[in-house]
Every structure is written in structure tokens, then in C-alpha cells.
Design a protein. Structure first.
Length: 139
């Protein structure tokens, strides 16, 4: 399932040339993943209260074109695959109104407990990722 998150670029997001600072795209992907999970009924607050956390284990971004001050970005998020204790999200960041991809990102999240040791994905999250590649050798 695809999820679209809409985001406006503010002055604080940019460098002195009005271009989005490259590291901010990681923040935008984080927001988009949170909205994706929440839209599917997965309350991250509730999971945290139960001692379930997600940490970024890997991130890869390809910068294709710069975002600029005032742009509206659309961040499309999909679950590419999941394993017993991880989820890999794919993100495509586009400028609204144009079919122009600015950034492509892949982010692998690991599921951990309060002790920060790996743990199996909760049933609720596994159900959200059903139909994705469950190859534990990949994740």
C-alpha cells in the first residue's frame, strides 16, 4: 500500500541559497513513515508505551533534483519488504504539481525493546506488512 504525505518547505528547511538542506530529507521520510503507520492504525505512542521501538538501521538516499523554499513536496512511502525484526521502507519525494522526483530513499528500521536489543515485530505491524517479502535473509 502506498501512502502520500504532503509537506511545505519553509525557510528553516533551506540553506542560504534557498535549497533544502540535504539531511532534512531524512526528517521528511521519518514524518512520512510515522503518518503511514498511524494511517494504518498503528499507534507509535502505544507501541512505545508497550516497550516497542523502531530504530533506523540503514538509510540510502539518491538526490536527483533540489527542493526549494516554498515548494510543496509529496512523499510517497511503501513497505518494500519486512523480516522478523525489521521493515524496509521505500520513499519517493516529488514536487507537487510536477512529475519531478527529487529524492529516492530506502530506510531499514529495526524493531527493538527498551533495552535496545532486537525483538520480533509485533503482530499488529506484521499484519500491516503482509504481502511484502518476508525473507529474513534480506532483512
Amino acid at each position: 500500500m502506498k501512502h502520500i504525505f504532503r509537506l511545505r518547505i519553509y525557510y528553516e528547511d533551506t540553506d542560504c541559497g534557498g535549497v533544502v538542506y540535504y539531511a532534512n530529507y531524512l526528517r521528511y521520510c521519518e514524518r512520512a513513515r510515522t503518518e503511514y503507520l498511524e494511517s494504518q492504525g498503528a499507534s507509535l505512542r502505544q507501541l512505545m508505551d508497550e516497550g516497542v521501538y523502531f530504530v533506523v538501521a540503514e538509510a540510502a538516499l539518491k538526490y536527483l533534483s533540489p527542493g526549494r523554499y516554498g515548494d510543496i513536496l509529496l512523499i510517497e512511502s511503501v513497505v518494500e519488504r519486512s523480516g522478523p525484526a525489521s521493515i524496509v521502507f521505500g520513499h519517493s519525494i516529488r514536487r507537487e504539481g510536477k512529475n519531478e522526483e527529487l529524492v529516492r530513499a530506502t530506510v531499514k528500521l529495526g524493531c527493538v525493546g527498551k533495552d535496545l536489543k532486537p525483538m520480533r515485530l509485533p503482530k499488529q505491524i506484521r499484519q500491516l506488512t503482509e504481502g511484502t517479502n518476508m525473507d529474513s535473509a534480506v532483512c
